[in-house]
Write a protein that binds this ligand. Structure first.
Ligand SMILES: Cc1ncc(COP(=O)(O)O)c(C=O)c1O
Length: 357
């Protein structure tokens, strides 16, 4: 297959059916591997759509500078897009940004701006965003795409990812997707609820994230969660919330790698864990879990026993093997909110704090 440039390879990512790790044999659980996108994650879709729409509106002009806060995948996507389309990309990163992300970005010509002051949560997200605003004010013609609030982030998924999924399924009972900016969850829910009117959309957050109004506490799963509720999170399009712990996500990643040959990123592990929990309560359902990136990004972190020991989650504390994982999926440490309540639907008018606190 011949392409005009690497960006044309975006999308049409594979969907893989789980064969062995199933709560009941009649369950149909699928995983969409967004790690197959050109820079290795679902963020290629949001980044490219935000760039194209900024070009269309005239906000982004040839050769201009794009400044963005990122701890990972969005930065890789923008570095790649900048290289192909000729933009100067400045990524605001922090001391926790993995070396593999930094090296990927600089190899593609992006510039790094490192913040070192932790924010009130002890993380760096808020400090990074302040630094982006400073740089945009300082650098002539610079813009930021603001993935947390830019509607062209979820729109990428309503316009392109949702039809791709709709093409693959005659019937879909549940979609399970992890949240950070809310971009793919909100965009997919908006698109797929049109095609599958009874679709149940389950959001996944990390235990410790404040995205759905819970108090913030440090956690290790990367790529998921936030210290605040992002503008792109449409809770009115969410039917239930499942908060997943580090060990639930890491255990799922390892079991899926060993049993199904699927090397998922940590947020993909979280989504599959929640999909298994959903299927355990709704036997025989057709469920799609989004896997936003690949486990190749975490080989020297949560896939590595030494790293786990050094970061307070010894491998012995994870669950090993399909049976143990499925036992925990049937009784997750933090059951999904809709399952826990008598009324299983999340009210569309409720604010995140009312619904999820
Ligand atoms: C690995 C990973 N998982 C999940 C997400 C969450 O995606 P979204 O920003 O669309 O909510 C991201 C976003 O950066 C990510 O990089």
């Amino acid at each position: 297959m011949i392409y005009n440039d690497i960006l044309e390879t975006l999308g049409d990512t594979p969907v893989i059916q789980l064969r062995k790790v199933l709560p009941t044999p009649q369950d149909r659980i699928f995983v969409k591997l967004e790690g197959a996108n050109p820079s290795g994650s679902i963020k290629d879709r949001a980044a490219l759509n935000m760039v194209i729409e900024a070009e269309r509106s005239g906000r982004l002009t040839p050769g201009a500078t794009i400044v963005e806060s990122t701890s990972g995948n969005l930065g890789k996507a923008l570095a790649l897009i900048g290289a192909v389309k000729g933009y100067h990309v400045v990524l605001v990163v922090d001391p926790k940004t993995p070396q593999s992300v930094l090296s990927y970005a600089t190899s593609l010509g992006a510039e790094l701006d490192m913040v070192t002051e932790p924010d009130a949560n002890g993380g760096y997200q808020a400090t990074r965003i302040r630094r982006v605003q400073e740089l945009v004010a300082q650098l002539p013609g610079a813009i930021t795409l603001d993935q947390y609030n830019n509607p062209d982030n979820p729109r990428a998924h309503t316009r392109y990812t949702a039809p791709e999924i709709a093409k693959d399924f005659e019937q879909l009972d549940a979609l399970v997707a992890a949240v950070s900016t809310g971009g793919h969850l909100s965009g997919l829910s908006a698109g797929l609820k049109e095609t599958f009117p009874s679709l149940h959309v389950r959001a996944i957050d990390a235990v410790g994230s404040a995205a759905f109004g819970h108090p913030f506490a440090p956690y290790k799963i990367r790529g998921i969660g936030l210290g605040w509720t992002p503008g792109n999170l449409r809770t009115d399009l969410v039917d239930s919330l499942h908060r997943v712990s580090d060990s639930e996500a890491f255990s799922t990643c390892r079991v899926l790698a060993a049993e199904e040959g699927l090397l998922l990123g940590e947020s993909g592990g979280a989504a599959v864990f929640a999909a298994l929990a959903y299927a355990a309560r709704n036997p025989g359902s057709t469920v799609l879990a989004m896997a936003p990136d690949t486990g190749a990004n975490y080989l020297y972190e949560s896939y590595d026993d030494t790293w786990l020991r050094e970061h307070g989650t010894p491998p012995e504390t994870l669950w090993h093997g399909r049976d143990e994982l499925l036992r925990h999926a049937r009784s997750p440490l933090y059951p999904a909110l809709a399952d826990a309540s008598a009324d299983s639907a999340v009210s569309s008018s409720a604010t995140p704090t009312e619904v999820y606190a």
